[in-house]
Design a protein around this ligand. Structure first.
Ligand code: B12
Ligand code: SF4
Length: 497
């Protein structure tokens, strides 16, 4: 067993947590004790960074605890990088969850971990691991692709034997009901904050995030979710009874009654939704979902409203028929309008998820969108600027979508029109074939003006919501943590061996 270091006592959030058995022990010489810290990275660019806790890490944490492995969770979302690093306790293994857009940040954060604890190992997991091209193999020891619950135990076993591999293709969990409940207690503090439009709180006590299924049966061309959550195993559902038990547990343990259901396609199986609504109807909870426009209809809207649903995020994306086709949405502008009307009739708040600068955009797209948005009912609009997400069809085959990807450096990728400090600059990430960039940029400005005039913008004068990203440039991160500038950039090359 390797040498032990000084005891690391620390406090975080409202609770105080310490390793149960004293100091962390670095085990890469074959020791048996392994200590793990699961990290949710700082998100200074989000409007309310700590509004939603990292559910994937809570699942991984639960499995580790069940296996008797000491694990701590660090939700650093509201901290700056240097504060997080200062606070970080010593461990044998750090597990970081990443989206693609966070990969460069995870590389930089890991450099700092390794400066502080050179012997520690770092593993990345989450949707950002779809491609390992942007992983800095100088510092990252391994990545887990897909579900983490079985893979993390493989990783721990390999770490104990000193035979850590670089790539763990997460074995997918077929029976989601067999999983332990996510380890919410590892958060040592607030479970979650504002999750509803305009920060509305229906119940006191904060909120939490909940998953009832994994995967999505659809294949929108801009989305990577089906590729990493389905992988080889298709859509997976938890039984309504198990979901009911989890909700009841959360209400009784944490007194939290507001839930964001994080499923990609909560409505994928109507009968299951009906059964769940029946069960949870008496729990005095409120919740929100995200769904594709189809099959959302009046019956579903009434049913979920009655069971406590208060808000629906609808993947509208565009009202331009051609754009909808290119994005492979499988629905028409009329379907979009009908879904919004059904929700409004049922008394549900609606959040329109929208995109511009997409493949398929013509000079008619922005005027068409403005015309429709002036007549359909909705409460809030979250409009992002299209960027090709690694793992999506458009990222993999831009030529099929008549676009050229000008920039694949994820540091340049910024979805958001509006940020904490006003309007964000957008990089020219894609070029539409046969259309000038100047024209596309002018259309962006026109649409931005229109959005401002609606008064329904996510994060405008009204109280704000969670996922507005300001400039994601390296420059900003460097300003936040000057040391970053000194760090080597990702090489995109794997370590030998
Ligand atoms: C809720 C949610 C959010 C929340 C909070 C996310 C959070 N705290 O976890 C908020 C609103 C903050 C958010 C923001 C964004 N999100 Co988001 N979000 C989601 C959503 C809908 C659900 C996430 C979830 O709870 N999944 C359920 C859990 C159980 O799964 P999981 O997190 O993948 O974890 C499992 C495995 O990945 C793995 N794993 C995860 N981490 C780790 C770590 C280790 C060490 C190991 C071993 C394994 C492991 O094990 C877990 C259990 O099996 C997903 C959609 C989706 N299908 O995941 C999008 C999604 C993750 N978001 C996405 C994006 C792009 C974003 C944004 C960048 C932009 C945006 N669209 O607004 C922002 C910024 C995110 C950031 N952190 O910088 C994309 C990511 C795509 C990609 N290829 O990277 C997704 C997939 C949506 C999509 N359809 O494209 N998001
Ligand atoms: S955008 Fe939504 S409906 Fe389309 S593939 Fe992604 S998760 Fe499924």
């Amino acid at each position: 067993m390797a040498a032990t270091r000084g005891r690391v006592g620390w406090s975080f959030g409202t609770g105080v947590a310490e390793w149960r058995a004293g100091p962390a022990i670095v085990t890469n010489t074959g020791g048996h004790l392994v200590r793990v810290v699961l990290i949710y990275l700082p998100h200074p660019y989000l409007q309310q960074p700590d509004a939603q806790a990292p559910l994937g890490l809570m699942y991984v944490g639960a499995v580790l605890e069940n296996a008797g492995i000491e694990v701590l969770m660090r939700n650093y979302s509201s901290l700056l990088t240097h504060q997080a690093i200062d606070e970080l306790p010593e461990a044998d293994l750090y597990g970081i969850t990443v989206t693609s857009l966070e990969l460069p940040q995870a590389n930089r954060f890991t450099h700092l971990i390794k400066e502080k604890y050179p012997q520690a190992r770092v593993c990345l997991g989450g949707p950002g691991t779809y491609t390992d091209k942007y992983v800095d193999w100088h510092v990252i020891d391994c990545i887990c692709r897909g579900d983490g619950e079985l893979a993390i135990l493989d990783i721990i076993n390999d770490l104990r034997r000193g035979e850590l591999k670089q790539l763990y293709d997460g074995r997918m969990v077929q029976d989601l009901d067999s999983l332990p409940l996510p380890a919410r207690h590892l958060l040592n503090g607030s479970q979650g904050g504002n999750i509803f439009a305009y920060n509305h709180n229906y119940k006191p006590g904060g909120s939490t995030i909940l998953s009832t299924s994994r995967g999505c049966p659809f294949k929108c061309s801009f989305c990577s979710a089906p590729y990493f959550t389905n992988m080889s195993c298709g859509m997976r559902y938890r039984s309504p009874k198990k979901v009911y038990e989890e909700i009841k547990h959360v209400v009784e343990t944490y007194n939290v009654r507001q839930f964001r259901i994080s499923d990609d396609m909560f409505l994928a199986r109507r009968s299951r939704v009906a059964e769940l609504c029946e069960l949870i109807g008496d729990l005095d909870i409120v919740w929100r979902i995200s769904t594709r426009v189809k099959p959302f209809d009046k019956d579903i809207a009434d049913m979920i409203r009655q069971a406590g649903c208060r808000e629906v995020s609808l993947g509208v994306e565009s009202f331009d028929d051609q754009v909808l086709k290119v994005l492979n949405k499988g629905n028409t502008p009329e379907d979009n309008a009908a879904a919004l009307e059904a929700a409004a009739d049922a008394g549900l708040k609606t959040r329109v998820l929208f995109m511009i600068r997409t493949p398929g955009q013509t000079r008619h797209t922005v005027p068409t969108n403005i015309r429709w948005l002036r007549k359909v009912p909705y409460d809030i609009i979250a409009c992002t600027s299209f960027v090709p997400i690694p793992g999506s069809e458009i990222w993999n085959h831009p030529e099929r979508y008549d676009i050229e990807i000008l920039d694949r450096n994820l540091d340049s990728y910024n979805f958001y029109f509006f940020g904490k400090n006003g309007e964000n600059e957008l990089e020219d990430v894609i070029k539409l074939k046969d259309r000038s960039l100047a024209e596309l940029n002018q259309e962006t400005l026109d649409f931005r003006q229109f959005l401002k005039s609606t008064g329904k913008l996510n994060g405008e004068d009204e109280p704000k919501d969670v996922i507005k990203i300001t400039d994601r440039s390296l420059a900003e991160l460097n300003q936040e943590t000057p040391d970053f500038r000194q760090l080597p950039k990702s090489t995109g090359k794997r370590k030998a061996g």
